[in-house]
Design a protein around this ligand. Structure first.
Ligand code: PLP
Length: 388
């Protein structure tokens, strides 16, 4: 045991020396556009609840009703004793929204990704992955044991070069990409990726975690944003961001979903999503599809917020989503800025290596942010920016 602790201690010290050490923050009460942390009220730029649905009374009531009707746990895996009519309702709703034949609900977006990827490909196959993909796509690729090659971020030329060299050596090829990149906020070049996938006989899996609820006419995501059909695309997402609940999903053809129900270990061997989470997600999706005003408000906030930062001449990463990042010189500067913002009542995290190659302050926008919050932040930043 002592060698274990010695090793862990050494590792932690290395992490601390690199300024990579992280700790959770305790949020008390309801988390909305304003949030209370350690007794202090802050404007929340760290939430994935883009539309403010996690605090919506309709989702809360749906959750409570489901708890009363079905109990707390779903008590088993879907194929044994965990299946409820709520799961069917949610899956039908997801499929309709995503314009696919079927959908399948998972316990989280993370397990949807690792399970689906590892069920689809193996040692005989090739994975081409955007270098900035989310951890769940990266670990899904690892678990699958397929030969995995990263292409440069959103660089379709690099992807084509690598496919031209490698595709012929493998049975199947799966292209993996975030649709909105979670730590940058930019979009994958989806129309080109679809063409390339066709040309090289590849399958395409997109992770719509940060696009669902945010992009597209009905908030269905990146495919809808580009007005593309997704029959052959494997669409993955989470119920935990704009949808305001918890869980993940895969949407695609009937045959894909049938296959996953029989071959995907992270769906088969885990407990079904709880009744309360499932019921809240059903209502969340209904609201996203019917209340366009929330999405419009979010986009108005995004434009407004961006313009303020541009006015201040801050260096921003390219973004077409609710994620807006301000590039800092290094991890220490990111930490200092984030700390200063925190002291002054703004919660915006420093994102550093190893999560990303270059340090930044990451702002997540919400439909429920008030214009005044942005003005207050702008004033603070204009005082600070001489230091940075
Ligand atoms: C958050 C996120 C996930 C994981 O979803 P969970 O439901 O929180 O497990 C997967 N992919 C991306 C791109 C994400 O941002």
């Amino acid at each position: 045991m002592s060698s274990l602790n010695e090793y862990l201690n050494q590792s932690l010290n290395t992490i601390k020396k690199a300024n990579w050490y992280r700790q959770e923050k305790l949020i008390t009460g309801m988390s909305g556009a304003l949030v209370e942390i350690e007794g202090k009220k802050l404007v929340n730029f760290a939430s994935n609840d883009y539309l403010g649905l996690a605090e919506d009374q309709r989702l809360i009531s749906a959750g409570i009703d489901a708890l009363k009707q079905y109990g707390t746990g779903s008590t088993g895996s879907r194929l044994l004793s965990g299946h409820r009519s709520l799961h069917d309702t949610l899956e039908k709703s997801l499929a309709e929204w995503k314009k696919t034949e079927k959908a399948l609900v998972f316990s989280s977006g993370y397990t949807a990704n690792i399970g689906t990827i590892s069920a689809l490909v193996n040692q005989k196959d090739l994975i081409l992955a955007d270098e900035y993909n989310h951890s769940s796509l990266k670990n899904g690729a690892k678990l699958s044991q397929a030969q995995t090659i990263n292409y440069q971020h959103c660089d379709t030329q690099d992807l084509v070069t690598k496919l031209t060299e490698q595709r012929k050596n493998y049975r199947h090829c799966l292209i993996l990409t975030d649709s909105v990149f979670s730590m940058d906020g930019d979009l994958c070049p989806l129309p080109e990726l679809i063409q390339i996938a066709q040309k090289f006989d590849c399958w395409l899996l997109i992770d719509e975690a940060h696009a669902s609820g945010v992009l597209g006419k009905t908030g269905a995501g990146c495919l809808e944003h580009f007005q593309l059909q997704g029959e052959n695309i494997i669409q993955i997402g989470t119920l935990s961001k704009a949808i305001g609940s918890l869980g993940g999903y895969v949407a695609g053809s009937s045959i894909l979903i049938d296959f996953l129900r029989n071959r995907c270990p992270t769906w088969i061997y885990t407990t079904a999503l709880s009744p309360a989470d499932t019921a809240a997600a059903i209502v969340g999706i209904d609201i996203i599809r019917s209340e366009t005003s929330r999405r419009n408000q979010l986009w108005q906030n995004i434009q407004n917020f961006k313009q303020h930062l541009i006015d201040l001449k801050l260096r921003l990463f390219e973004s077409e989503s609710a994620i807006i990042c301000w590039k800092t010189k290094n991890a220490i500067e990111a930490l200092e800025i984030s700390k200063k913002l925190y002291q002054e009542g703004f919660f915006a995290p420093a994102i550093r290596p190893p999560t990303v190659p270059t340090s930044r302050i990451r702002f997540s926008l919400m439909a429920t942010h008030q214009p005044q919050y942005f003005l207050d932040l702008k004033q603070l930043l204009s005082l600070l920016s001489s230091d940075f």
